[in-house]
Unconditional design. Sequence first.
Length: 295
Amino acid sequence: MNEDPAGVALHERLPTARRLWALGEPFHALTYFADEARTAAEAAGLTGFWAGYFAMRAAPLGRVGPQVVTAVFASFAPAFVARRIPSVWDLVDPGGALAARLAGVDAAVARALPGWSDSAEAREAAALARRAADAVDVAGRPLAAANADLPDPPAPHLALWQALTTLREHRGDGHLAVLLQRDLLGLPALVLAAAAGLTAADWLQKARGWSPAEWSAAAEELTGRGLLADGQLTPDGLAVRAAVEADTDRLALGPWAALGQAGCDRLAELLVPVRRAVLAAGDWPPHNPIGVPDP
């Protein structure tokens, strides 16, 4: 764990909502990056990374079409979504996709965290995360609502995964509202994130399905707004990004406030070794498109 000169763990100096997101996101993201998740998706009939991604992430919403997925995921080019949705539902129904994502996480945890899945620590972390997830306000947050509506898996490590998934989608729904308010939703937000150095621009562009021409047009528009200059964030761009992140943290705080500071601190303590194990296992690619800060 990195520490500052005063000996304070860096993750303890992050705002509470950001700290829990940064610690929990690699565990959630096993369903995207672990080999076992891809194997489970393929066993369900979903061949290729993106078929598995779109089916398993969208499955809580039911058999939705491309317009809905484009709206609630928000960062993907519409044509990129339409190449997978709704055709994935011809390969697997939403219930099958939900089962596949849990099967993939289950197998990945067995490899990356052997012996942990039914430990006292896993059970305690699941109980704490569930308390926070039960406090999620679903109004205006479709992905959070869809995940909150799912039954709790009986196994502690899967219950933890589902609770953290509900909480991260709650945060994501709020983040989209913040971006929409500033006319940055979708591609403009990605261009700013790349300019901030969170993820390589070429990877982010390809991973979200935007063409070079679309990317360049968005960058030009942001330059005209004074947020970029020569592809770099201007002082105004830095300020806007800071305000977006602060507002996202604020809108994500409700469930964590319900859990209480002591509960948040304990959950963070329990998630530190989980995050470390996921990274050590190679299941959290560096500079991946999710853009989570390193705690």
